[in-house]
Ligand binder design. Structure first.
Ligand code: COA
Length: 177
């Protein structure tokens, strides 16, 4: 996979369908309300027009297909922190290591190019693939917010995870897929 800028031409029906697919949005806060083409356009304009957010498209290398996005934001330029988010919307692309690789690349970009000191994220405690992915990269569970999220008729715990720049081990050149 590779990361590239998210373009206006990416805002198509396929991308919009991810946001309205309960399976894709099950563990995100995106799916709570229906998402229209106008919502997507407004979101795109908001994040690409802000210096406190970086959003990148995740593209499959062979097909060149846009399969999801990664985001750092809001970025706090004094504390040098940012919140990480990921959405791999193409379900056929799940479980192939794309989420792990995209997270790794975005974290590396955050530390080495944006000069961040710390990256944070929140995740449903029961979201196994996401938690595994973040732990593999080095994120540590720093807190458990009990019954912080309402989903599927139940309150669920949220894990708060953090990664310091000093803890992150960059990939050596040539080791990347
Ligand atoms: C969560 C998400 C980022 C994971 O990305 P992915 O490409 O599917 O996951 P990967 O293939 O990189 O796998 C990451 C780890 O999870 C494991 N995993 C994958 N699918 C799994 C599943 N269904 N159950 C348990 N573990 C799973 C993998 O084996 C891997 O661990 P390993 O390397 O120790 O074997 C992706 O599925 C996604 O974006 N989902 C929709 C939106 C979302 O939930 N975003 C996250 C919000 S916090």
């Amino acid at each position: 996979m590779r990361l590239r800028p998210l373009e206006r031409s990416d805002l198509n029906d396929r991308y919009q369908s991810w946001l309205n697919d309960p399976e894709v949005t099950r563990y995100t806060e995106t799916g709570t309300f229906p998402s229209t083409a106008e919502d997507l356009e407004n979101y795109y304009r908001g994040v690409t027009g802000s210096k406190n957010d970086v959003i990148l498209a995740v593209e499959e290398k062979k097909s060149g297909e846009h399969v999801g996005n990664v985001k750092l934001g809001p970025i706090h330029w004094v504390h040098r922190t940012a919140i990480f988010g990921i959405l791999i919307g193409e379900k056929d692309s799940w479980g192939k290591g794309i989420g792990l690789e995209a997270t790794r690349l975005m974290v590396e970009y955050g530390f080495t190019r944006l000069n961040l000191h710390r990256i944070d994220l929140g995740v449903f405690a029961e979201h196994e693939s996401a938690v595994r992915c973040y732990k593999k990269i080095g994120f540590k569970v720093e807190g458990r917010l009990r019954e912080d999220l309402f989903q599927g008729g139940q309150y669920k715990d949220r894990l708060w995870m953090g990664l310091l720049r000093s803890e992150y081990k960059p990939l050596r050149a040539g080791k990347r897929k």
